[in-house]
Design a protein around this ligand. Structure first.
Ligand code: T4K
Length: 375
C-alpha cells in the first residue's frame, strides 16, 4: 500500500558531514583569528579542489553568481553573448549586470543544453562570447562549441554550476572553454555552504579574478579597478574541505537512486527521463522527468500539485524561462525557442540527494504511477 510520506520529501537536502569534523576545521580558525580574505583554509581548499576537478587554475569565490559576473567582467566582453534561457536566473542576470545583450539560443532535446547546431546562425559582428550551461550536470557539446569559438574568435564561459565532479573521457569538465563557473551552494552535489569556483586556461586571468573579487585593491594604498567583494571566507572553506572527503560517496549514492528512478519509471507511458551519456562520469545532480500529458493523462502542473498531497515537493527547474521573467518580458526575441518552451512546460525535477533511500525512490515512483490519468 502506498502511503503519504510522514515527513516532507523536498527536491534536495543539503549534505552535512559529521559535525565533529567541521568543528575540527573551525578550531583552526579560532587559533589563527583569520576569518576571511584568502586564509590558509581557503588556500588548502583550492589545492584539494583543483586536484579533485583535475584542473590547473582555480580561484574561489563567495558564491557562484559573483564568480560568473567577475568572469564576464575580467574577460572584457562586449556587445552580445549567446546563451540559453533554460537556466537559473543567475546566468542571464550575470550578462545584464555586465551591460551585455543576451542572445538566446534554443536547447536540444537530448540533454537540454545549448543546441550547438544553431549557435552559428546567431553570431554577428557584435558577438563576443558564448555562455552555455551544463544544465542538470549534463555536459554541453564541448567539441563543437570549441570549434565554433575558434572559427569566430569568441570566448567561451561555461556555466558549470551543476557539474562538480563531472568528467568527459577522464577529462575534468572545468578544462573546457576559457572559463568555467562552479556553484558550491548548499543545494549542490558538493557545497561549501555558499561558494563558487572559476577554473580557467589562461594563468594570467588569475590576477584579474583576484583583483575583481577584492574591490580592485592591489595594495594598502592602491585600488586599480572597480571591483566587487566576492571572497570566500574560512568557514566556507572549512565546510568545503570536509565535504570533499565525502563527495565520491555522495555521487555513488545518487547514482543508485537515479538507476532506481529509471528502473521504476521506464514503463510509465508519458514519463521520460535522461539516460547517462557514454564516456561521461555523471554526478546525478538532479533527476528531471518530462511529462507528456497526452500519454500520462495529467499535466506537469497537476502532477506537481498532486505530489504535494503525498508530502513530495518537486521543483519546476527551469520554469519559467529567463526570457519570461517579469524583468525581461518582451525585451528579447523568444518565439524561436521552441524546445526551451516545450521542455520548460513539461519538466519536473524529482527529489534526489545522498540520504534519500531506495525505498523512498521506489515509493515516489509508485505514487507517480497511481497519479497517472487522475484528472
Ligand atoms: N547558474 C546555474 C545554472 C544555477 O543553477 C545557479 C544556482 C547559479 C548559476 C548560481 O550559483 P550560486 O550563486 O547559487 O552559487 C537553488 C539554489 O539556491 C541555487 O544555488 C541553484 N542554482 C538553484 C537551481 O537552486 P532555489 O531558489 O530553488 O533554492 P531553495 O531555497 O528553494 O532550495 C531548494 C531546495 O533545497 C529546498 O526545497 C530544500 C533544499 N535546501 C535548501 C537550502 C537553502 C536545503 O536542503 N538546504 C538549504 O540550506 O535555488
Amino acid at each position: 500500500m502506498v502511503r503519504k510520506f510522514d515527513k516532507p520529501i523536498l527536491v534536495t537536502k543539503s549534505f552535512l558531514p559529521p559535525l565533529g569534523e567541521y568543528i575540527e576545521q573551525c578550531k583552526k580558525i579560532w587559533d589563527s583569528h583569520w576569518l576571511t580574505n584568502d586564509g590558509e583554509l581557503c588556500k588548502k581548499f583550492v589545492a584539494e579542489s583543483q586536484n579533485y576537478l583535475k584542473v590547473s587554475n582555480m580561484v574561489p569565490f563567495v558564491n557562484g553568481h559573483l564568480a560568473l559576473e567577475i568572469a564576464i567582467k575580467a574577460l572584457g566582453l562586449k556587445g552580445n553573448v549567446i546563451t540559453t534561457p533554460f537556466t537559473f536566473a543567475s546566468t542571464t542576470h550575470a550578462l545584464i549586470n555586465n551591460g551585455l545583450e543576451p542572445r538566446f539560443c534554443d536547447i536540444n532535446l537530448n540533454d537540454f543544453t545549448i543546441d550547438s547546431d544553431i549557435i552559428e546562425a546567431l553570431i554577428d559582428e557584435n558577438t563576443s562570447a558564448i555562455l552555455p550551461v551544463h544544465v542538470f550536470g549534463n555536459p554541453c557539446d564541448v567539441a563543437k562549441i570549441n570549434k565554433i569559438s575558434q572559427n569566430y574568435s569568441l570566448k567561451v564561459i561555461y556555466d558549470a554550476a551543476h557539474v562538480f565532479g563531472v568528467e568527459i573521457d577522464g577529462v575534468g569538465i572545468g578544462n573546457f572553454g576559457d572559463v568555467s563557473m562552479f556553484s558550491l551552494h548548499a543545494t549542490k552535489v558538493f557545497h561549501s555552504i555558499e561558494g563558487g569556483l572559476l577554473t580557467f586556461h589562461d594563468k594570467d586571468l588569475e590576477r584579474q579574478f583576484n583583483l575583481y573579487k577584492n574591490f580592485g585593491i592591489t595594495g594598502p594604498e592602491t585600488v586599480e579597478a572597480v571591483g566587487l567583494n566576492a571572497k570566500m571566507n574560512e568557514f566556507q572553506a572549512a565546510m568545503g574541505l570536509v565535504n570533499l572527503r565525502y563527495i565520491d560517496d555522495e555521487i555513488a549514492a545518487r547514482k543508485l537512486l537515479a538507476e532506481c528512478y529509471r528502473d521504476n519509471l521506464c514503463d510509465i507511458e508519458g514519463i521520460n527521463y535522461l539516460n547517462d551519456t557514454a564516456g561521461v562520469k555523471h554526478n546525478y545532480a538532479y533527476f528531471p522527468i518530462i511529462i507528456d500529458p497526452q500519454f500520462f493523462g495529467i499535466t506537469r502542473n497537476q502532477l506537481h500539485e498532486k505530489l504535494k498531497e503525498f508530502n513530495i515537493y518537486t521543483r519546476k527547474y527551469f520554469y519559467p524561462l529567463t526570457t519570461d521573467y517579469e524583468c525581461y518580458k518582451n525585451k528579447y526575441k523568444a518565439d524561436h525557442l521552441i524546445n526551451s518552451i516545450c521542455i520548460s512546460d513539461k519538466i519536473l525535477t524529482l527529489p534526489i540527494y545522498g540520504t534519500l533511500t531506495l525505498e523512498n525512490v521506489f515509493n515516489i515512483c509508485e505514487i507517480i504511477k497511481i497519479l497517472k490519468n487522475t484528472k
